[in-house]
Write a protein that binds this ligand. Structure first.
Ligand SMILES: *[C@@H]1O[C@H](CO)[C@@H](O)[C@H](O)[C@H]1NC(C)=O
Ligand SMILES: *[C@@H]1O[C@H](CO)[C@@H](O)[C@H](O)[C@H]1NC(C)=O
Length: 181
């Protein structure tokens, strides 16, 4: 679902009189297409969690990062998120902001990831060549990554020893995902 929001042109005269040297690189001529292609590349997903006893979970961390590209525009966004939920699990209710070259609101991109379904949801807002029309849409896709999980259990663990009982690491091969809006 793509919506066009007419933004208020705040300083149209000032913008149009900017010298060419200050202008951002021109957006692709396809900008404004109703069906941009979104590409998530270098998707890096991993998690690490520990148990301090057979039943007590210890430090844990899930992390995900990728580069987001939209065929409508010439820049990319760097997307990163961490989870400290049990087992480093991500839920779709956690949303993370991606970083673009400048933080202007018309370049806003955010995402969520759900470990159980492997679904990545991306919301993005952009303009064509800094024009007055804001495009804002949401897309989603399934990140099918090859992952490997290793668990190490401390053979010398004893209750009260303060030692780690186990740790589990999951690492995935870097992947990519194309979302055709
Ligand atoms: C996307 O936008 C919808 C509607 O504003 C919001 O409910 C949802 O949380 C957003 N998701 C992300 C990943 O930013
Ligand atoms: C798990 O803990 C052991 C003992 O502290 C350590 O040698 C090992 O590197 C840890 N594994 C990972 C993947 O961190």
């Amino acid at each position: 679902m793509l919506s066009k929001i007419a933004a208020l042109p705040l300083f149209p005269l000032l913008i149009s009189s900017l010298p060419a040297a200050c202008a951002a690189p021109a957006e692709p001529s396809s900008c404004g297409s109703l069906h941009p292609k979104w590409t998530l590349s270098a998707i890096d997903l991993s998690s690490y969690y520990t148990y301090t006893s057979p039943s007590a979970s210890g430090p844990k961390l899930g992390s995900i990062s990728f580069t987001f590209a939209n065929s409508d525009v010439s820049y990319t966004a760097a997307c990163k998120g961490n989870s400290v939920n049990p087992l480093g699990t991500f839920y779709s209710s956690q949303t993370f902001d991606c970083e673009t070259e400048d933080g202007a609101t018309w370049k806003k991109t955010s995402f969520s990831y759900d470990t159980a379904s492997k679904i990545v949801v991306v919301n993005s807002t952009w303009t064509c060549n800094g024009g007055d029309v804001l495009y804002s849409t949401s897309g989603e896709g399934k990140a099918e990554l090859e992952c490997e999980t290793d668990t190490w259990t401390n053979p010398e663990w004893e209750a009260g020893s303060g030692e780690l009982y186990s740790n589990t690491t999951t690492t995935c091969e870097e992947g990519s995902l194309v979302i055709q809006i």
